[in-house]
Design a protein around this ligand. Sequence first.
Ligand SMILES: Nc1ncnc2c1ncn2[C@@H]1O[C@H](COP(=O)(O)OP(=O)(O)OP(=O)(O)O)[C@@H](O)[C@H]1O
Ligand SMILES: [Mg+2]
Length: 350
Amino acid sequence: MSTLQAEHVYKVFGRRADEGVRALRDGADREELRADGTTAAVIDASFSVEPGQIFVVMGLSGSGKSTLLRMLNGLLEPTAGRVLFDGQDLTALGAGEMRRVRSTKISMVFQHFALFPHRDVLENAAYGLEVQGVSRAERERRAGEALELCGLGGWERSWPDELSGGMQQRVGLARALATDADLLLMDESFSALDPLIRRDMQDQLLELQRRLKKTIVFITHDLNEAMRLGDRIAVMRDGRIVQQGTAEDILTRPADDYVASFIQDVDRSRVLTADAVMDEPTADADACACPTVPADTPLADLCAVSARVPHPVAVTGADGAVIGSVPQGRLIAFIGDEPRPPMACVEVAA
Ligand SMILES: Nc1ncnc2c1ncn2[C@@H]1O[C@H](COP(=O)(O)OP(=O)(O)OP(=O)(O)O)[C@@H](O)[C@H]1O
Ligand SMILES: [Mg+2]
C-alpha cells in the first residue's frame, strides 16, 4: 500500500477559488486567473510516495512547492482533490483529528529551523514529544537517540548559539525524527547551508533513510540535490507537475523543453550509473580482460576505469554475474551533451 497519495490536488488563493478550479479544469491558464486576482498555486497535482521512498519536488521559486507541501500535512486545505495518508483521507479530517495526525505521524523540517535559544539541544530535539505530552524521561531518551542518529551525540547540553548552522539544522532533523513520525516533510531544509555541509547533510539523510525507511517528501530548487536524494522526482512549473520519474528518467527523457533546459547543467557523471548506460553484455565479456564495475557505479568512476583500458567495461549485478557492457564511445555519448565536450572523461583520462 502506498503511504502518501495526492489525487488531483488544487490550491487556488483568492475570493473565487472554486470558480478558479473550474476554469482551470476547462483549460484556463494561470495568467488568465491572475488577471482577476486569483492565484493558482497548485494545479491538478497527483502522485504517490511509497514507504521508504524519498520523493523530491523540484521547481523554481513560486512554482507551488511549499503550497503543495503544506497541503500534505493539513496546514492548508486543498481547494479541490484529496490527500491520503496510510489510506486515510486527510482532507476529510476535522481540525482536532488533523492536529493529532500532524503531531504524531508527520514531521516537518524547514529551511531555517528555529531553535529555542533558551532551551538546550536535548530540550530542543524533544520539543515535538513535549507537544505530544510524552513524559520527560521518555522524551529525553528518544530525543537523545535521535541526536545520536544525527551525529550530535555529546552535544545534548549545549546551547543553540554554540552550534554551527549545519549542526542547528541537524537538531531540526533530530526533532523531526524523535517523534517517530512516518512521514517527513522537508522544505528546502538544506538550502541555507554552505555547499560542503549541505553535501554532508544529504549523505546523512540518505544514511538515515537506509536505516529508518521513512516516507519523505523533500523540496528543493536545486536539481543536483534533487537527483542525489530523490528515488522519484517531480518537476513543478507554474503550479503544475510537468514531469515525474527517477533521476535517470528525467535526465535521459526530459518531458519538454523546460525540463530539458533545467537539466542542462546537471553533472550527469555523478547521477547516471553504469546500468543506465550499459549495452547487452558482449559475447566475450567473461573471457576478455574487461575490468568490471558494479551496476550502481556513477559514470564519473566508470570513466576512470574505462580510460585505463582499450576495451569495454563489464557491468556486474548484485550476484557478481556480468549483466552488461559499456564501450568507451557509449560512455562519452552519455556524459557529453553535444556539442559540449565530455569534461569528466577528459579530466580523468588526462
Ligand atoms: N497565502 C497565500 N495567498 C496568496 N497567494 C499565495 C499564498 N501562498 C502562496 N501564494 C502564491 O502561490 C504561488 C506559489 O507559492 P509557493 O510558496 O508555494 O512557491 P514555492 O515554489 O515554494 O516558492 P519558493 O521556492 O520561493 O519557496 C506563488 O505565486 C505565491 O505568491
Ligand atoms: Mg517555498
